[in-house]
Write a protein that binds this ligand. Structure first.
Ligand code: ACO
Length: 325
Protein backbone atom coordinates (compact mmCIF):
# COMPACT_ATOMS: atom_id res chain seq x y z
CA UNK A 1 0.00 0.00 0.00
CA UNK A 2 1.24 3.47 -0.91
CA UNK A 3 1.52 6.29 1.62
CA UNK A 4 -0.97 9.06 0.87
CA UNK A 5 -0.76 12.69 1.93
CA UNK A 6 -2.34 16.08 1.33
CA UNK A 7 -0.03 18.07 -0.96
CA UNK A 8 -2.15 21.18 -1.55
CA UNK A 9 -5.10 23.07 -0.04
CA UNK A 10 -7.45 25.82 -1.20
CA UNK A 11 -10.63 27.65 -0.24
CA UNK A 12 -13.16 30.16 -1.48
CA UNK A 13 -15.71 32.17 0.46
CA UNK A 14 -18.33 34.14 -1.44
CA UNK A 15 -18.09 37.92 -1.02
CA UNK A 16 -21.47 38.75 0.52
CA UNK A 17 -21.48 38.78 4.35
CA UNK A 18 -24.53 38.47 6.62
CA UNK A 19 -23.80 39.38 10.24
CA UNK A 20 -25.83 38.78 13.39
CA UNK A 21 -27.25 42.32 13.29
CA UNK A 22 -28.64 41.58 9.81
CA UNK A 23 -30.28 38.41 11.19
CA UNK A 24 -31.91 40.42 13.99
CA UNK A 25 -33.90 42.13 11.22
CA UNK A 26 -35.06 38.81 9.75
CA UNK A 27 -36.07 36.72 12.79
CA UNK A 28 -36.62 37.10 16.54
CA UNK A 29 -33.00 36.65 17.64
CA UNK A 30 -30.07 38.66 19.00
CA UNK A 31 -26.34 38.93 18.45
CA UNK A 32 -25.95 38.01 22.12
CA UNK A 33 -27.95 34.74 21.76
CA UNK A 34 -26.19 33.67 18.55
CA UNK A 35 -22.71 34.51 19.88
CA UNK A 36 -23.07 32.80 23.25
CA UNK A 37 -24.99 29.72 21.99
CA UNK A 38 -23.04 29.12 18.77
CA UNK A 39 -19.89 31.29 18.57
CA UNK A 40 -21.01 32.63 15.17
CA UNK A 41 -20.71 36.37 14.38
CA UNK A 42 -21.13 36.36 10.60
CA UNK A 43 -21.39 34.06 7.60
CA UNK A 44 -20.63 34.39 3.86
CA UNK A 45 -23.47 33.91 1.39
CA UNK A 46 -23.51 33.46 -2.37
CA UNK A 47 -24.81 36.13 -4.70
CA UNK A 48 -27.56 35.55 -7.23
CA UNK A 49 -26.55 32.95 -9.84
CA UNK A 50 -23.60 31.65 -7.77
CA UNK A 51 -23.82 27.87 -7.24
CA UNK A 52 -21.83 25.17 -5.44
CA UNK A 53 -19.63 24.47 -8.49
CA UNK A 54 -18.70 28.17 -8.79
CA UNK A 55 -17.30 28.10 -5.25
CA UNK A 56 -15.70 24.69 -5.83
CA UNK A 57 -13.80 25.78 -8.95
CA UNK A 58 -12.11 28.67 -7.13
CA UNK A 59 -11.12 26.51 -4.15
CA UNK A 60 -9.94 23.75 -6.49
CA UNK A 61 -7.72 26.07 -8.56
CA UNK A 62 -6.07 27.31 -5.37
CA UNK A 63 -5.49 23.75 -4.14
CA UNK A 64 -4.01 22.69 -7.51
CA UNK A 65 -1.70 25.70 -7.54
CA UNK A 66 -0.53 25.00 -3.97
CA UNK A 67 0.08 21.35 -4.97
CA UNK A 68 1.92 22.53 -8.12
CA UNK A 69 -0.19 20.21 -10.25
CA UNK A 70 -2.07 20.79 -13.51
CA UNK A 71 -5.72 19.69 -13.88
CA UNK A 72 -4.55 17.11 -16.44
CA UNK A 73 -2.55 15.41 -13.67
CA UNK A 74 -5.75 14.57 -11.77
CA UNK A 75 -7.19 11.10 -12.14
CA UNK A 76 -9.89 11.44 -9.47
CA UNK A 77 -12.26 14.24 -8.41
CA UNK A 78 -14.56 13.67 -5.43
CA UNK A 79 -16.92 16.45 -4.38
CA UNK A 80 -18.68 16.31 -1.02
CA UNK A 81 -21.88 18.35 -1.07
CA UNK A 82 -25.51 18.30 0.03
CA UNK A 83 -26.28 21.39 -2.08
CA UNK A 84 -25.17 20.46 -5.62
CA UNK A 85 -25.95 22.79 -8.53
CA UNK A 86 -28.68 20.30 -9.53
CA UNK A 87 -29.51 16.62 -8.79
CA UNK A 88 -27.41 15.56 -11.77
CA UNK A 89 -24.86 15.71 -13.29
CA UNK A 90 -22.51 15.72 -10.32
CA UNK A 91 -20.66 18.85 -9.24
CA UNK A 92 -17.49 16.79 -9.75
CA UNK A 93 -18.30 16.40 -13.48
CA UNK A 94 -19.12 20.11 -13.80
CA UNK A 95 -15.80 20.87 -12.13
CA UNK A 96 -13.92 18.46 -14.40
CA UNK A 97 -15.26 20.23 -17.46
CA UNK A 98 -14.40 23.74 -16.24
CA UNK A 99 -10.91 22.66 -15.17
CA UNK A 100 -10.33 20.54 -18.31
CA UNK A 101 -9.27 17.70 -16.01
CA UNK A 102 -9.87 15.22 -18.82
CA UNK A 103 -8.18 12.24 -17.16
CA UNK A 104 -10.17 12.26 -13.92
CA UNK A 105 -13.02 9.98 -12.86
CA UNK A 106 -15.58 12.14 -11.11
CA UNK A 107 -18.39 11.66 -8.61
CA UNK A 108 -20.12 13.40 -5.69
CA UNK A 109 -20.73 12.02 -2.24
CA UNK A 110 -23.46 12.88 0.26
CA UNK A 111 -22.05 12.76 3.76
CA UNK A 112 -23.19 16.19 4.96
CA UNK A 113 -20.86 17.81 7.51
CA UNK A 114 -18.56 14.76 7.50
CA UNK A 115 -18.29 14.91 3.70
CA UNK A 116 -14.74 16.23 3.54
CA UNK A 117 -13.50 13.56 5.97
CA UNK A 118 -15.33 10.87 3.97
CA UNK A 119 -13.79 12.25 0.74
CA UNK A 120 -10.29 12.00 2.24
CA UNK A 121 -10.95 8.36 3.15
CA UNK A 122 -12.23 7.57 -0.38
CA UNK A 123 -9.35 9.31 -2.18
CA UNK A 124 -6.83 7.65 0.12
CA UNK A 125 -8.14 4.19 -0.82
CA UNK A 126 -7.85 4.88 -4.57
CA UNK A 127 -4.30 6.19 -4.27
CA UNK A 128 -3.05 3.67 -1.68
CA UNK A 129 -4.15 0.78 -3.91
CA UNK A 130 -2.52 2.29 -6.96
CA UNK A 131 -5.65 2.85 -9.03
CA UNK A 132 -5.13 6.65 -8.96
CA UNK A 133 -2.13 8.94 -8.52
CA UNK A 134 -3.54 12.40 -7.84
CA UNK A 135 -6.97 13.19 -6.39
CA UNK A 136 -8.79 16.48 -5.94
CA UNK A 137 -11.36 16.53 -3.16
CA UNK A 138 -13.71 19.45 -2.53
CA UNK A 139 -16.26 20.29 0.14
CA UNK A 140 -18.62 22.89 -1.34
CA UNK A 141 -21.94 24.12 -0.01
CA UNK A 142 -24.58 26.72 -0.70
CA UNK A 143 -26.52 26.05 2.50
CA UNK A 144 -28.31 29.39 2.09
CA UNK A 145 -30.29 27.72 -0.72
CA UNK A 146 -31.87 25.21 1.70
CA UNK A 147 -32.09 27.46 4.77
CA UNK A 148 -35.49 28.57 6.03
CA UNK A 149 -34.90 32.27 6.59
CA UNK A 150 -38.02 32.41 8.77
CA UNK A 151 -36.78 29.70 11.19
CA UNK A 152 -34.57 31.18 13.91
CA UNK A 153 -33.60 27.69 15.14
CA UNK A 154 -31.61 27.04 11.96
CA UNK A 155 -31.07 30.19 9.89
CA UNK A 156 -28.52 31.65 12.32
CA UNK A 157 -26.24 28.61 11.97
CA UNK A 158 -25.35 28.16 8.31
CA UNK A 159 -23.10 29.74 5.70
CA UNK A 160 -21.78 29.13 2.17
CA UNK A 161 -18.24 28.30 1.09
CA UNK A 162 -15.84 25.76 -0.35
CA UNK A 163 -12.55 24.13 0.62
CA UNK A 164 -10.38 21.78 -1.41
CA UNK A 165 -7.35 19.53 -1.08
CA UNK A 166 -5.12 17.57 -3.44
CA UNK A 167 -4.02 14.11 -2.31
CA UNK A 168 -1.12 12.19 -3.74
CA UNK A 169 1.48 9.57 -2.92
CA UNK A 170 4.06 10.84 -0.40
CA UNK A 171 7.40 9.40 0.68
CA UNK A 172 7.07 10.20 4.39
CA UNK A 173 4.24 11.05 6.78
CA UNK A 174 0.81 11.47 5.21
CA UNK A 175 -2.42 9.88 6.42
CA UNK A 176 -1.65 7.67 9.42
CA UNK A 177 -5.16 6.45 10.18
CA UNK A 178 -8.84 7.01 9.43
CA UNK A 179 -12.08 6.09 11.15
CA UNK A 180 -15.61 6.66 9.80
CA UNK A 181 -19.05 5.64 11.06
CA UNK A 182 -22.76 6.02 10.22
CA UNK A 183 -26.16 5.57 11.90
CA UNK A 184 -29.19 5.87 9.60
CA UNK A 185 -31.59 5.31 12.52
CA UNK A 186 -31.06 8.96 13.51
CA UNK A 187 -31.77 10.40 10.04
CA UNK A 188 -34.81 12.36 11.23
CA UNK A 189 -32.69 14.61 13.48
CA UNK A 190 -31.44 16.55 10.47
CA UNK A 191 -32.91 16.33 6.98
CA UNK A 192 -34.53 18.10 4.06
CA UNK A 193 -37.81 16.34 3.18
CA UNK A 194 -38.64 17.98 -0.16
CA UNK A 195 -37.28 17.83 -3.69
CA UNK A 196 -36.27 14.17 -3.86
CA UNK A 197 -38.21 11.14 -5.13
CA UNK A 198 -40.06 10.82 -1.78
CA UNK A 199 -41.60 14.29 -2.08
CA UNK A 200 -41.05 15.57 -5.63
CA UNK A 201 -41.42 19.32 -5.88
CA UNK A 202 -45.02 20.53 -6.10
CA UNK A 203 -46.78 23.72 -5.08
CA UNK A 204 -47.82 21.83 -1.93
CA UNK A 205 -44.24 20.86 -0.94
CA UNK A 206 -43.23 24.47 -1.39
CA UNK A 207 -46.20 25.79 0.62
CA UNK A 208 -45.31 23.30 3.39
CA UNK A 209 -41.68 24.52 3.41
CA UNK A 210 -40.35 21.01 2.73
CA UNK A 211 -37.37 22.35 0.77
CA UNK A 212 -35.64 23.62 3.87
CA UNK A 213 -33.41 22.04 6.56
CA UNK A 214 -35.35 20.48 9.46
CA UNK A 215 -33.28 20.03 12.58
CA UNK A 216 -33.57 18.85 16.18
CA UNK A 217 -30.55 20.84 17.39
CA UNK A 218 -30.49 19.87 21.04
CA UNK A 219 -30.36 16.11 20.38
CA UNK A 220 -27.81 16.60 17.59
CA UNK A 221 -25.62 18.61 19.91
CA UNK A 222 -25.19 15.72 22.34
CA UNK A 223 -24.66 13.15 19.56
CA UNK A 224 -22.12 15.41 17.83
CA UNK A 225 -20.04 15.64 21.00
CA UNK A 226 -20.27 11.89 21.64
CA UNK A 227 -19.55 10.76 18.07
CA UNK A 228 -16.73 13.21 17.39
CA UNK A 229 -15.05 12.31 20.68
CA UNK A 230 -15.30 8.61 19.86
CA UNK A 231 -14.03 9.13 16.29
CA UNK A 232 -11.07 11.18 17.52
CA UNK A 233 -10.12 8.55 20.11
CA UNK A 234 -10.46 5.67 17.64
CA UNK A 235 -8.45 7.34 14.86
CA UNK A 236 -5.65 8.30 17.27
CA UNK A 237 -5.57 4.78 18.73
CA UNK A 238 -5.38 3.26 15.23
CA UNK A 239 -2.37 5.49 14.53
CA UNK A 240 -0.78 4.43 17.82
CA UNK A 241 -0.87 8.04 19.07
CA UNK A 242 -2.38 9.90 22.01
CA UNK A 243 -4.07 13.28 22.29
CA UNK A 244 -0.74 14.72 23.52
CA UNK A 245 0.76 14.07 20.09
CA UNK A 246 -1.80 16.27 18.32
CA UNK A 247 -0.30 19.60 17.22
CA UNK A 248 -3.44 20.86 15.48
CA UNK A 249 -7.06 19.78 15.98
CA UNK A 250 -9.44 20.61 13.13
CA UNK A 251 -13.02 19.86 14.17
CA UNK A 252 -16.13 20.41 12.08
CA UNK A 253 -17.24 23.97 12.86
CA UNK A 254 -20.87 23.35 13.89
CA UNK A 255 -20.99 25.20 17.18
CA UNK A 256 -18.18 26.59 19.35
CA UNK A 257 -19.62 24.73 22.35
CA UNK A 258 -19.53 21.42 20.46
CA UNK A 259 -15.94 21.76 19.36
CA UNK A 260 -14.69 22.93 22.77
CA UNK A 261 -16.53 20.04 24.46
CA UNK A 262 -14.99 17.51 22.03
CA UNK A 263 -11.47 18.92 22.52
CA UNK A 264 -11.94 18.77 26.30
CA UNK A 265 -13.09 15.16 26.22
CA UNK A 266 -10.21 14.23 23.90
CA UNK A 267 -7.75 16.00 26.25
CA UNK A 268 -6.57 18.41 23.54
CA UNK A 269 -5.43 21.84 24.67
CA UNK A 270 -7.67 24.72 23.50
CA UNK A 271 -4.67 26.48 21.94
CA UNK A 272 -4.32 23.59 19.48
CA UNK A 273 -7.88 23.86 18.09
CA UNK A 274 -8.32 25.68 14.80
CA UNK A 275 -11.52 27.72 15.04
CA UNK A 276 -13.05 29.85 12.27
CA UNK A 277 -16.74 29.45 13.09
CA UNK A 278 -17.14 33.14 14.10
CA UNK A 279 -16.47 34.23 10.47
CA UNK A 280 -18.27 31.51 8.55
CA UNK A 281 -20.86 29.62 10.63
CA UNK A 282 -21.49 25.97 9.79
CA UNK A 283 -20.73 25.31 6.09
CA UNK A 284 -21.25 21.53 6.33
CA UNK A 285 -18.64 19.72 4.17
CA UNK A 286 -16.83 23.02 3.50
CA UNK A 287 -16.19 23.70 7.20
CA UNK A 288 -13.47 21.14 7.87
CA UNK A 289 -12.00 21.82 4.42
CA UNK A 290 -11.63 25.58 4.87
CA UNK A 291 -10.43 25.16 8.46
CA UNK A 292 -7.64 22.85 7.26
CA UNK A 293 -6.71 25.28 4.48
CA UNK A 294 -6.59 28.28 6.81
CA UNK A 295 -4.65 26.42 9.52
CA UNK A 296 -2.00 25.62 6.87
CA UNK A 297 -1.95 29.16 5.44
CA UNK A 298 -1.72 30.75 8.90
CA UNK A 299 1.23 28.53 9.87
CA UNK A 300 -0.62 26.66 12.59
CA UNK A 301 0.33 23.39 10.82
CA UNK A 302 4.03 22.81 10.14
CA UNK A 303 5.90 19.97 8.48
CA UNK A 304 5.98 16.91 10.74
CA UNK A 305 2.98 18.04 12.84
CA UNK A 306 0.25 15.57 13.78
CA UNK A 307 -3.12 16.90 12.59
CA UNK A 308 -6.48 15.48 13.69
CA UNK A 309 -9.56 16.20 11.54
CA UNK A 310 -12.88 15.26 13.13
CA UNK A 311 -16.43 15.76 11.81
CA UNK A 312 -20.09 14.85 12.32
CA UNK A 313 -23.25 15.49 10.35
CA UNK A 314 -26.64 14.51 8.93
CA UNK A 315 -27.16 10.85 8.23
CA UNK A 316 -25.92 10.52 10.85
CA UNK A 317 -22.31 10.25 9.77
CA UNK A 318 -19.02 10.97 11.48
CA UNK A 319 -15.31 10.36 11.10
CA UNK A 320 -11.76 11.38 11.94
CA UNK A 321 -8.42 11.37 10.12
CA UNK A 322 -4.91 11.53 11.59
CA UNK A 323 -2.28 13.05 9.30
CA UNK A 324 1.44 13.57 9.75
CA UNK A 325 1.97 16.79 7.82
N1 ACO B 1 -32.43 33.26 18.80
C1 ACO B 1 -33.01 33.32 19.99
N2 ACO B 1 -33.53 32.26 20.62
C2 ACO B 1 -33.45 31.07 19.99
C3 ACO B 1 -32.86 30.93 18.72
C4 ACO B 1 -32.34 32.09 18.12
N3 ACO B 1 -31.74 32.07 16.92
N4 ACO B 1 -32.93 29.64 18.35
C5 ACO B 1 -33.54 28.97 19.35
N5 ACO B 1 -33.86 29.84 20.34
C6 ACO B 1 -34.54 29.54 21.58
C7 ACO B 1 -35.37 28.30 21.51
O1 ACO B 1 -36.62 28.58 20.96
C8 ACO B 1 -35.46 27.91 22.98
O2 ACO B 1 -36.45 28.71 23.57
P1 ACO B 1 -37.42 28.07 24.68
O3 ACO B 1 -36.51 27.63 25.81
O4 ACO B 1 -38.32 29.21 25.02
O5 ACO B 1 -38.09 26.92 24.01
C9 ACO B 1 -34.10 28.34 23.53
O6 ACO B 1 -33.58 29.29 22.59
C10 ACO B 1 -33.12 27.22 23.73
O7 ACO B 1 -33.16 26.38 22.59
P2 ACO B 1 -32.24 25.11 22.48
O8 ACO B 1 -32.51 24.47 21.15
O9 ACO B 1 -32.32 24.30 23.71
O10 ACO B 1 -30.80 25.82 22.46
P3 ACO B 1 -29.38 25.16 22.42
O11 ACO B 1 -28.56 25.68 23.51
O12 ACO B 1 -29.45 23.66 22.21
O13 ACO B 1 -28.78 25.78 21.07
C11 ACO B 1 -28.37 25.10 18.83
C12 ACO B 1 -29.41 25.52 19.84
C13 ACO B 1 -27.44 26.29 18.63
C14 ACO B 1 -29.07 24.76 17.52
C15 ACO B 1 -27.57 23.89 19.36
O14 ACO B 1 -28.44 22.91 19.84
C16 ACO B 1 -26.68 23.29 18.30
O15 ACO B 1 -25.74 23.90 17.83
N6 ACO B 1 -26.93 22.03 17.96
C17 ACO B 1 -26.12 21.31 17.00
C18 ACO B 1 -26.85 21.27 15.74
C19 ACO B 1 -26.01 21.52 14.55
O16 ACO B 1 -24.88 21.96 14.59
N7 ACO B 1 -26.62 21.24 13.42
C20 ACO B 1 -26.03 21.53 12.19
C21 ACO B 1 -25.61 20.36 11.37
S1 ACO B 1 -25.12 18.96 12.23
C22 ACO B 1 -23.65 19.28 12.65
O17 ACO B 1 -23.00 19.96 11.95
C23 ACO B 1 -23.18 18.83 13.93
Amino acid sequence: MRKVGIIGVGEYLPERILNNADLEKLVDTSDEWITTRTGIKERHLVSKNEAASDLAIKAAKQALSSAKLKPQNLDLIVVATITPDMPFPSVACILQNVLSAKNAICFDISAACAGFVYAIVIAQQFIARGSCKNALIVGTEVLSSITDWEDRNTCVLFGDGAGAAVLSEVKTGGILSTYIGSDGAMADLLFMPGGGSRNPTTHKTIDNRLHYVKMRGNELFKLAVKSMTEAGHKALAKAGLSCKDVACFIPHQANIRILLAVAKRLGIDEKKIYINIAKYGNMSSASTATALCEAVKEGMIKKGDIVLLDAFGAGLVWGAVVIKW
